[in-house]
Write a protein that binds this ligand. Structure first.
Ligand code: FES
Ligand code: FES
Length: 162
């Protein structure tokens, strides 16, 4: 018996995407293998490391635990959909200035998670930010610099909205 296929219609980084794929395909594999958006990383593939974090309708999700077939009609943003080389997203810019990565493998997931977190109604002091980012593992332990980058962006956002 052949594998069941599903038809997908979604928006990825502002572009409309239509694809047919195996019903078992995850959103992570759709992004990396079908759309060649390899900025989103596959770490554990089991929902434990956060490397695969993307935004779905503005909320952070683990794409390795999300079936592509359940993503019809949604808007997905990956690291490729953020800033450009000459106009980085503020979180990308802060990560560079705060030296928030070493090998960089976790970085796209950390950045997507940070952007999602900054839109959530919690996390202000360092401990809360650490807790809010605890689903994103960094094997190089760049955590202190990740927190300081996020805190700078968070404080800038607060000043803008004051
Ligand atoms: S690859 Fe998805 S959580 Fe690790
Ligand atoms: S910078 Fe290496 S895993 Fe985070």
């Amino acid at each position: 018996m052949g594998a069941k296929h599903v038809e997908l219609n979604l928006t990825v980084n502002g572009e409309s995407v239509r694809r047919e794929c195996d019903a078992r395909t995850t959103l992570l594999d759709l992004l990396r293998d079908h759309l060649e958006l390899t900025g989103t990383k596959k770490g554990c593939n089991h929902g434990q490391c956060g490397a695969c974090t993307v935004l779905v309708d503005g909320k952070r999700v683990l794409s390795c635990l999300t079936l592509a077939g359940l993503s019809n009609g949604v808007e997905v943003t990956t690291i490729e959909g953020l800033g450009t080389e000459t106009a980085l997203h503020p979180v990308q810019d802060a990560f560079i200035r705060h030296d928030s990565f070493q090998c960089g493998y976790c970085t796209s997931g950390q950045i997507m998670s940070a952007i999602g977190m900054l839109a959530e109604p919690w996390a202000s002091d360092d401990d809360e930010v650490r807790e809010a980012m605890s689903g994103n593992i960094c094997r190089c332990a760049a955590y202190p610099n990740i927190i300081s980058a996020i805190q700078e962006v968070r404080k800038d956002m607060e000043t803008e909205h004051a």
